[in-house]
Design a protein around this ligand. Structure first.
Ligand code: SAM
Length: 295
């Protein structure tokens, strides 16, 4: 058997990258994230404790030798909902710190995920120029969960780069996960997921409420503000009595392509789980990105 490739994951969150590597020849040897809840979830699923240090402060020697770097930096500097301050946003500092130390490490493969707003940004330009100067061949593209047949819109920017081979365009099997929305809605009780009826009226104009009985029903992108924020933070489900409910964290994991082996620790509140998944990635998309360089 080939020796597993070693990978390091930055801004690891709840570990969608590690989940995508679960049944692969890739061994995640280190993860970095400053969120203690995210790290707790990560640790309980992958037997690896992410480093909680602020990435802005790390040195090249803090990063173990590996063939693969994967990073999902904060998207607020590029998000349409944010002020789009790009490389001048303080939340982009950690990303640029990693670009500073990249020349000292130069992993064979470099991957990145972000929102579509990253495309055409100054940060994207700086990244591409750096990768080219270090001898990486690179390709960037959009992947949306719907491309796999999943009833969810979650378009994201991905970059695949390698010093060994030219990345290919990603391939999609539109029938990979062809379940209809109601197949993903597994919660038996709606009680603690129900949106108060008073809010239903108040926020009627901004809520996206989906009827799961419709054959082509799909949900739109869940954000970390799901539950807290009513506007553009993700779809709710129409109930038979005309009310609406939130999509549960478990249902979201299912929509994002996590395996049944993946679990949230029981003591974590739904609100925390929602925040973490809203930040996360579609596991099928991560696999499709890895496949662009034959991994
Ligand atoms: C967009 S999310 C990435 C989520 C991840 N891909 C997943 O699968 O859940 C960004 C993550 O970066 C972390 N983060 C943001 N700034 C950081 C910093 N300066 N140092 C370490 N972690 C940071 C946040 O806690 C958050 O979990």
């Amino acid at each position: 058997m080939d020796t597993p490739l070693r990978a390091v994951e930055f801004f690891s969150g709840l570990g969608a990258f590690a989940e995508a590597c679960r049944f692969s020849g890739i061994n995640v040897v280190a993860a970095f994230d400053q969120n203690e809840h995210a790290n707790k979830v990560y640790e309980s699923n992958f037997d690896l404790s992410p480093d909680i240090r602020n990435i802005e402060t790390i040195r090249a020697t803090d990063v173990p030798a590996s063939s693969i770097w994967w990073m999902s930096p904060p998207c607020t500097p590029f998000s349409r909902r944010g002020k789009q301050k790009d490389d001048e946003d303080p939340r982009a500092k950690a990303f640029f710190r990693l670009l500073e130390i990249l020349p000292e490490r130069t992993p064979d493969y470099f991957f990145m995920e972000n929102v579509e707003g990253f495309i055409g940004s100054r940060s994207e330009e700086r990244l591409k120029v750096l990768l080219e100067s270090l001898g990486y061949k690179q390709r960037s593209f959009n992947i949306c969960s719907s491309m796999f047949g999943v009833p969810m819109r979650r378009p994201r920017f991905f970059l695949s780069a390698s010093r060994l081979i030219q990345p290919k365009p990603p391939e999609f099997d539109p029938f990979e996960d062809e379940r209809v929305l109601s197949d993903f809605l597994t919660e038996r009780s709606d009680e603690d997921l129900r949106l108060p009826d008073s809010e239903l009226e108040k926020y009627d104009a901004v809520l996206n409420i989906v009827d799961p009985g419709k054959k082509d029903a799909y949900v739109i992108c869940f954000t970390r503000g799901y539950f807290k924020c009513r506007k553009a933070s993700g779809s709710l489900i129409r109930l038979p009595d005309g009310g609406a409910r939130f999509v549960s964290p478990l249902e979201m994991l299912n929509l994002f392509g996590f395996s049944s082996a993946y679990k949230f620790p029981a003591e974590l509140s739904k609100q925390v789980c929602w925040r973490l998944i809203g930040n996360s990635m579609d596991v099928r998309a991560v696999r499709a990105v890895l496949a662009t360089v034959g991994l």
